[in-house]
Design a protein around this ligand. Structure first.
Ligand code: 25A
Ligand code: L14
Length: 338
């Protein structure tokens, strides 16, 4: 079997570390791993298959001989270096929002639209964490009865915003519990013991960029620009795991039982739906898991063809690192495409 040279850009970040861990645990055929980060990470090393590998500073020469380059160091780093990596012959799988909506860049969740990988031009985009987990749920329903409209509210953990954000929640919580003040830098409002209705910047239309990513990326992945979607993205004091309340209006009628049985056979999804026994997905159940959990499936009593449900996923796994490694697996023929 062929072995591949894999570069990870942003290797010391929370997503980068998870990517390296996924490559190892899923036994991706890595011949050589090249961890790349900024100058701030000089002297750092990462552990891969029980070997310590020194982190290298990202330069335009970093991609010579690289087969796959997984990027998660922010949009500006991808904007500058992903084209350089692709020109050097690497296949780029980019975790940032930079290329996602470009028409010639496939935006892929392998269980949903791996066919979109055909004819890629060297850069493939990984969707936003909240989009990735939602389309796993929407796809089987859309195929069965058509989706007319979606209203989603997210409850997003701090790890989506990186390691400084994880540190801020932890330090602020400790400080507040001992009666001290703690001024955060990452979040505009205190995140400890609070809920913040803003993720990413506000746009002229009143939505945030995170909300518009959910709307536009979902339509691109489901290949249906006619689906009407509205979103509210909210940050909650949770370390890992994004939750979503999703209201779906379908084109044809469907019962909650039919939704449950559709989702029971959906790849990447685990139905956890026995509310009277206290069974429903929570971030603490799903953190560290590959699958997305779904529960609270019920009829929306306020409209004709309405379904309400709740889904939770590990934002660092299906929302980022796992999905990226799965895309590489499809490309080398190790994962069965949808
Ligand atoms: O720029 P954006 O688009 O707004 O993205 C913001 C953040 O989103 C995270 C990522 O998290 C990023 O920083 N992110 C991106 N995509 C994501 C996704 N899909 C995502 N999160 C979830 N899902 P992060 O902070 O955990 O990871 C940052 C990693 O990126 C590397 N990096 C940053 N700039 C780089 C770069 N690598 C190469 N070239 C660049 N120009 C970063 O490496 C990390 O691996 P690092 O060397 O910069 O940081 C590691 C050491 O430096 C300390 N440190 C970090 N920031 C600062 C700092 N020290 C001083 N000042 C700072 N501003 C760290 O503590 C660590 O010790
Ligand atoms: O677009 O802060 O992939 O939770 C993912 C993490 C946007 C921000 C993306 C967060 C980013 C998001």
């Amino acid at each position: 079997m062929k072995n591949y040279t894999v570069a990870v850009v942003g290797a010391t970040g929370v997503v980068g570390k998870e990517m390296i861990s996924m490559l190892e645990s899923r036994k991706f055929p890595v011949g050589k791993l090249i961890p790349l980060a900024s100058e701030r990470s000089i002297g750092a090393s990462i552990t891969f298959k029980r070997q310590d590998i020194d982190v290298e500073v990202l330069t335009p020469e970093s991609f010579i001989g690289v087969d796959f380059a997984l990027f998660s160091a922010g949009g500006s780093v991808s904007a500058e270096y992903a084209p350089i990596a692709a020109a050097a012959g690497a296949v780029v799988i980019d975790n940032t929002s930079h290329f996602r909506m470009q028409p010639d860049v496939p935006l892929v969740v392998p269980e949903v639209n791996s066919h979109a990988l055909a004819g890629h031009k060297g850069i493939i985009a990984n969707p936003n964490c909240s989009t990735a987990q939602m389309v796993l749920i929407l796809k089987p329903i859309h195929d069965a009865v058509g989706i007319e409209r979606v209203i989603v509210s997210t409850y997003q953990s701090v790890s989506g915003a990186g390691k400084d954000a994880i540190h801020e929640l932890e330090s602020q919580s400790r400080a507040n519990l001992s009666g001290q003040n703690y001024d955060g830098k990452v979040f505009k409002s205190p995140i400890a013991f609070n809920v913040i209705p803003q993720i990413d910047v506000f746009l002229k239309n009143g939505y945030t960029k995170e909300e518009m990513k959910l709307i536009e990326e979902t339509r691109k992945i489901l290949e249906d620009p006619s689906i009407r979607i509205s979103a509210t993205a909210v940050r909650v004091p949770v370390f890992v795991g994004h939750s979503e309340s999703i209201n779906i209006q379908t084109r044809k009628p469907i019962t909650p039982d039919q939704v449950r049985s559709l989702l029971r056979t959906a790849p990447g999804v685990t139905v956890m739906d026995n509310p009277t026994k206290g069974q429903y997905p929570t971030p603490r159940d799903l953190a560290g898991e590959d699958n997305v959990g779904v529960g609270r499936i019920r009829k929306d009593l306020s409209i004709e063809n309405g379904i309400e449900l709740w889904c939770v996923g590990d934002n660092l796994r299906k929302g980022a690192a796992l999905n990226a490694v799965q895309i590489a697996e499809v490309l080398i023929g190790n994962m069965v495409p949808a």
